[in-house]
Design a protein. Structure first.
Lengths: 165, 211
């Protein structure tokens, strides 16, 4: 393992949460693009064919076919320009580097779909709990907004009544 | 006061700025250093701060080293260097400890160290020569320097011609490196770019004198 000072420096600029994805997954990579002052998000969709490096240097390669031509983009995983990585489909693969896809065209490029990994009971419980929390907060926000709206409406009504009299 | 400290190279890495650009940085463990002696124009003829970094075992320190450290009330140090000053030093005395915080507000530094030794190296490695061609009749001369000068006149090799020889393991200073970050809690300083020597090598880091 690396020096503890090095680890300290690198851990300071790692992302808090890196989306989990695996080799063979079809992903949407959300890339932040600065156009002058404005920032917009561009999505690059394709199959993850390789991951390399570690820590701040970790990179991944996404391959897609555009108009019959293979296009590969290599992204730094920890870069702040990578806004999000969304897994669309998981492919069943048996190796870490899918460079064999480069030699294939047409239907041969397809990968068999992999059933999502089974969660353990505890993990499932956690996911469920998280979803429940989100639903709860959403509901609460909605209710609060409703109350606020009602109050505002009542206020304006009272004001208008006063001005009438 | 010319600010300077002693330290050690930890290694190189890359970090991201907020806008996503990558900075190639070297991590330096910098201080804390003990001031072993203050050189003054009256006594020594020049001004400087003598610093010491990293304790040495008393057993392996010589008697003079031990005595010298004792004057400043510290342990013998493994790496002792002086930071030359323009004016006589004020406000810092022997025995005081300087930490990486002295670099607060300083944007550029010079780093001095001993470069990696490469032994007896050829001209391609040592001087960046291009070597000879790989084909077209070149015979076992691919990394050779080629000609070293004219022939009958002056019938000697001119002085200063670049030749193979010992390369590395010498004092090298890299000037004007940007300070990216100072971490006072861990005694770290991050500078942009490379510094001489291997990881773990001792370094002198001082405020840049490049204008």
């Amino acid at each position: 393992m690396q020096n503890k000072f090095m680890e300290h420096v690198e851990s300071a600029c790692l992302k808090e949460k890196v989306p989990s994805f695996e080799i063979g997954d079809t992903v949407d990579v959300h890339v932040r693009i600065l156009e002058g002052e404005k920032e917009r998000i561009q999505i690059f969709n394709g199959v993850v064919i390789a991951r390399s490096g570690s820590s701040t240097r970790e990179m991944f390669v996404v391959r897609r076919i555009v108009q019959g031509e293979g296009v590969e983009r290599k992204f730094p995983l920890q870069s702040p320009r990578i806004a999000d990585i969304v897994v669309k489909r998981s492919g069943k693969v048996r190796r870490a580097k899918l460079y064999f896809l480069r030699d294939r065209t047409g239907k041969a490029v397809r990968l068999k779909e992999r059933a999502p990994a089974k969660l353990t009971a505890a993990q499932a419980q956690a996911v469920k709990q998280e979803k429940r929390e989100i639903r709860k907060t959403n509901k609460k926000a909605k209710a609060d907004a409703k109350v606020a709206r009602a109050a505002a409406a009542a206020d304006s009504k009272a004001n208008s009544a006063e001005s009438d009299s | 006061m010319q600010v300077g400290l002693l330290g050690r190279k930890v290694g190189m890495t890359q970090i991201y700025k907020e806008d996503g650009t990558v900075l190639t940085v070297t991590v330096l463990e910098c201080g804390p250093c003990t001031v072993l002696q203050v050189r003054s124009p009256e006594v020594d003829g020049y001004s400087a701060l003598q610093l010491g970094f990293a304790d040495k075992r008393r057993k392996s320190a010589t008697q003079p080293e031990r005595g010298h450290a004792k004057k400043a009330g510290s342990e013998p140090k493994r790496y002792v260097r002086e930071i030359r000053q323009d004016k006589p030093v004020e406000g810092v005395g022997a025995g005081e400890t300087l930490t990486v915080e002295v670099f607060n507000g300083i944007s550029c530094v010079d780093v001095t160290g001993t470069s990696k030794g490469r032994g007896f190296a050829g001209v391609m490695k040592r001087h960046g020569f291009g070597g000879l061609r790989a084909t077209h009749g070149v015979k076992r001369m691919h990394r050779h320097p080629g000609s070293s000068g004219p022939s009958a006149d002056p019938s000697r090799t001119r002085k200063g011609i670049k030749k193979p020889g010992h390369y590395g393991n010498e004092r090298v200073t890299v000037r004007n490196l940007d300070v990216v970050k100072i971490d006072a809690a861990q005694n770290l300083i991050l500078v942009r770019g490379a510094v001489p020597g291997p990881n773990g090598g001792y370094l002198t880091i001082r405020q840049t004198n490049k204008v």
